[in-house]
Design a binder for this molecule. Structure first.
Ligand code: SF4
Length: 296
């Protein structure tokens, strides 16, 4: 995927391959599947082949690493937007090995590995007690049920940053039981990256967002507010990405606007760029930062 990712929380996006199998309700409208079909790649499902890439593709992270080093500034790489790095297939093993190798060769890049299969991670990475400082591990949790399944698994993995992607957020999620209320964690809720060093324990970052695209499901503002407030209470970074295609409105507009009522709230369908990414007029751009010594 491209150098100039449209995802605000990452500088680059890297896919070690394309293709996947749906595993939970968050996958229902998987945009990666839609996109791959659009470009003629039949790579979804158990029996489909995956799509692999050549040398130029695999050289990209080395170029990004060089740019980051030259700038003296660490960069984030989202991995992966068109696959799940921990999908359990033997034909992916060799490509995973290649990924671990390139992570080792790019110390100026923080690799954000986001998975819906955290239960497979320990057996698939080449690290045991000490993971590289440039690997951030995240799992998607779309509602409480999937948070209960995936967060305890994530917390057992010793990545320097552990994060949740609550996108698409499909129901209320309470995470306070997994957050630690103490000083020294990343500060949440700033309109700029935080400048504190994260703790080695617990969760360090929560990203939330609504769904966009065909069939998008609305996200109740109460779910987002409570997630944000739990992060603030625990002093961890919170990042709000987008409302998606349904923005909550206090007063339903008249005329041709497409309106949906959900959970006692009115939502108006609009483009995700117009729906925006503020909560009650404020932007939430929290990022965890780790110091360079820890990251390398
Ligand atoms: S795990 Fe991710 S890539 Fe795979 S089907 Fe689900 S949403 Fe799509």
């Amino acid at each position: 995927m491209g150098k100039n990712s449209g995802i605000e929380w990452t500088h680059h996006t890297f896919n070690p391959w394309w293709g996947c199998v749906k595993v939970s309700p968050a996958c229902k409208h998987c945009y990666a599947e839609t996109w791959s079909k659009r470009v003629g790649a039949r790579v979804w499902g158990v029996s489909a082949e995956r799509r692999f890439f050549g040398e130029n593709h695999w050289r990209q992270p080395l170029l990004w690493n060089g740019e980051a080093e030259k700038a003296g500034e660490r960069r984030r790489v989202f991995c992966a937007s068109m696959a799940d790095v921990f999908e359990d297939r033997r034909d992916l093993d060799a490509w995973r090995l290649r990924l671990w190798a390139i992570i080792g060769e790019t110390p100026w890049l923080n690799w954000l590995l986001l998975t819906k299969r955290p239960e497979n991670a320990a057996a698939m990475v080449p690290w045991s007690d000490k993971w590289p400082g440039n690997v951030w591990l995240g799992t998607t949790v779309e509602d409480q049920e999937w948070a209960n399944r995936r967060v305890p698994v994530l917390l057992n993995l010793p990545a320097v940053v552990r994060f949740l992607s609550c996108e698409p957020l499909l129901g209320p999620i309470h995470i306070s039981g997994w957050l630690m209320k103490k000083d020294g964690l990343a500060k949440a809720g700033e309109n700029r990256p935080t400048d504190e060093v994260v703790s080695k324990e617990g969760l360090h970052w929560v990203i939330a967002g609504g769904e966009s695209g065909h069939g998008a499901r609305p996200m109740h503002p109460a779910w987002v507010r409570s997630l944000r407030d739990e992060c603030i209470d625990a002093g961890i970074a919170f990042h709000f990405k987008q409302w998606g295609n349904w923005r909550p409105v206090e007063t339903p507009p008249q005329g041709s606007a497409k309106i949906l009522v959900h959970g006692g709230m009115h939502f108006e369908r609009m483009s995700k760029s117009i729906a925006g990414r503020d909560i009650d007029g404020k932007f939430w751009n929290g990022f965890p930062l780790i110091d360079d010594a820890e990251a390398k």
